[in-house]
Design a protein around this ligand. Structure first.
Ligand code: PDD
Length: 295
């Protein structure tokens, strides 16, 4: 099956998709990205992703490459051309192409790349049964709220997890508190069933899955407390889990060498996972109905 990418205004075969050698994304990681889940052919929580994209772009003073409606159309078209009805689309916006010089170029046009990939890891049995995370010092810069393509520390963290046979690495700040995973947000469940996750700040990426799940949990009568926690507290907690666009809600059953509770996914996590899966399915149906009504 042929794969397609979108590069700066053109749909091109994935195998030959290229950007310029002096794209600042390559030379300085001077760009931002989004990963959006595709369920039933629909983009999950596209509006929240576009809002975060705008925040990332404006924090770096990069102009939006296009307005929201055409941008969404490009993402949908890349998903369609790649026959991705369950999977992800990846969007990257860089400051543009310019002779190498650290300061912003005067008139570079933002460059934009979109790819799509099939696969729904959220349903893989290994994730449903729960995963192990390791802990690692958080060595990243202090603006983790910007979804920057500068992911070297995250790459090293994830590699450390992989080498240890773990699914994810929970990064820990100078105060001994968990910030987040290398590509996911971290959560624990208190003895009384209240769900805990770190509040939004410059210290973490405010995950879209996190934002949506907080809303779904509260609607379901589950208490959500936004505060930082230590890995030790999470290891002693009733349950732990992580969230991301690429894996939705994943039980964490071991933190380093400590088994969480009985080492199996807990009831609160299972409930939240079901609420999230139900939400994405309902949202996909609504989007499809709206599109059909317009057609
Ligand atoms: N990662 N924290 C970090 C550092 C992340 O990279 C991600 C997402 C999240 C969760 O955010 P969201 O729920 O919006 O996906 C938290 C994406 C999926 C990635 O880089 O693959």
């Amino acid at each position: 099956m042929s794969r397609w990418a979108y590069v700066n205004g053109r749909y091109v075969p994935h195998a030959t998709a290229r950007t310029h050698v002096e794209d600042r994304g390559m030379q300085f990681s001077d760009g931002v990205y989004e990963v959006i889940a595709v369920v039933g052919g629909a983009l999950v929580d596209a509006t929240l992703h576009f809002e975060r994209l705008d925040r990332s772009l404006s924090a770096l003073e990069i102009a939006a490459p296009m307005r929201r409606a055409p941008l969404e159309a490009v993402l949908r078209e890349v998903a369609r051309r790649n026959r991705v009805s369950e999977g992800i689309v990846y969007l990257q916006v860089n400051r543009g192409v310019a002779p190498r010089n650290h300061a912003f170029p005067r008139d570079a046009r933002p460059s934009m790349v979109v790819t799509a990939r099939r696969g729904q890891p959220a349903s893989s049995p290994a994730l449903v049964e729960g995963v192990r995370v390791i802990t690692i010092p958080d060595i990243r810069w202090r603006r983790r709220d910007i979804k920057s393509v500068s992911l070297l520390a995250n790459v090293l963290a994830k590699q450390a997890a992989a080498q240890d046979g773990a699914f994810e690495a929970w990064q820990v700040d100078e105060d001994g508190m968990v910030t987040e995973g290398s590509q996911s947000n971290a959560w624990m469940v208190e003895a009384d069933g209240a769900v805990v996750t770190r509040p939004p700040s410059h210290d973490i990426l405010t995950g879209i899955t996190r934002t949506r799940l907080i809303d779904l949990a509260r609607q379901d009568g589950i208490t959500v407390i936004e505060r930082a926690f230590t890995p030790q507290e999470a290891a002693r907690a009733r349950e732990a889990f992580l969230t991301s666009t690429s894996s939705f809600v994943v039980p964490v059953v071991q933190i380093d060498d400590a088994v969480v509770a009985n080492g199996r996914p807990g009831a609160v996590t299972e409930r939240l996972r079901a609420l999230y899966l139900d939400f994405v399915a309902r949202q996909a149906i609504t989007i499809l109905h709206t599109a059909l009504a317009k057609a």
